[in-house]
Design a binder for this molecule. Sequence first.
Ligand SMILES: Nc1nc2c(ncn2[C@@H]2O[C@H](COP(=O)(O)OP(=O)(O)OP(=O)(O)O)[C@@H](O)[C@H]2O)c(=O)[nH]1
Ligand SMILES: [Mg+2]
Length: 405
Amino acid sequence: MKLKTYTAESYTEALNKVKRELGDEVVIVSSKEIKRKTLTSPGLYEIVVAVEDNKTIKKQPKKEQMDDVLLKLSNAAKEIGSFTPKQTKSEKDKINNLKPVGFDEIKELKEKVEQIADTLKYLQANVWDFTNKNSLEIPPEFSEIYALAKASGMNTKHLNEIMQLTIKYMPLRMRKNRNAIKRYFHTLLKKMVPIRLEREINPPHKKILMFVGPTGVGKTTTIAKLAARYAYKLNSRHKVGIITLDTYRIGAVEQLMTYAKMMRLPIETVVDPNDFEEALNTLRHNDYILIDTVGSSQHDKEKIEKLSRFLKVNTFAEININLVLSAVSKYEDLLDIYKNFSLLPIDTLVFTKLDETRTYGNIFSLLLDTKKPVSYFSIGQEVPDDLMQANSEYLLKGILEKELS
Ligand SMILES: Nc1nc2c(ncn2[C@@H]2O[C@H](COP(=O)(O)OP(=O)(O)OP(=O)(O)O)[C@@H](O)[C@H]2O)c(=O)[nH]1
Ligand SMILES: [Mg+2]
């Protein structure tokens, strides 16, 4: 039996030295701190162990030896990498047998479950519509997208037509990938949305915009937002004048007067079609003239006809008619409103209250049906901020991104 002494700057380091040389089974005779660690110099620890005479001390392999081993290993790795023998059938079978049991079956099962989930979503969206013959023709991989678009309020006839086009023309190799299907459908829908881009007018050109639509959809609020936009928010500031034809509803004139006053914009109130021409002439020095009208039910033909009488007057610029519609209305109602207001020559659509719903399939379908471009989206009550130029991406979020519950 011999005693061996190990020293290091810490107790742990000294013990590690012991273990490296003698292994784990050692008899520690003593351990002590020889020199205390200070701020400027390290400490020194000593461990004394008892070693049997016949115990051989582990030798660290020399650096040359280690390098040699590493070299051999890397050569072997290279060899394995470059060696790709042809597999015989029985070898292939052997390798396949090495895969976790049921690997391929699980993969197949996963695909099947996804297909069933898609089909369920589709059935969920069509549960009230078993008579829809086309429904059986939708392949399972298209079911999710179909169900989403359907739940967004898109008209079924449109949806089926677009689906059939997609199924017919989509390259087969893309069909297996659900994301590719979604992207393809997204691009197709995007191309179908007619947008009226905002173009700032250059004087001496002038624009007269009249806003018509059902009651309470947000005509007056939209006019206030647009007046602020044209007068203060665009690249160049424009002169804006306002005319209100809504002397019918109590408080309507005051509502617009308040906004006009705050923005220091001129405003004219017109009761009779005969006064309209005069009001327009009074404001003719403006770049934009915005005209508010009385809201009316689409079935109130008399009110709509009265509006058309205002359009017969002589004007220095064409009157552009904007039909204001709420995103909250369902497609059938939007279409009904559009048809009845078509007594007036509608140029453009404006949608409001997009903040009050998450699904815009109804808007998409109306745009598709009427082929009328949409110019602005109103997305809240805040004047003037809650107004944006219409854009197809924003619309598509409300068609393809809603998760079915
Ligand atoms: N949430 C939300 N509310 C809106 C939006 N636009 C307007 N409103 C609100 O809808 C209500 C009616 O707005 P108005 O601008 O008076 O609607 P109108 O079409 O002029 O109504 P009438 O003149 O009575 O036909 C107000 O409370 C507005 O603040 C919108 O985009 N989102
Ligand atoms: Mg109003």
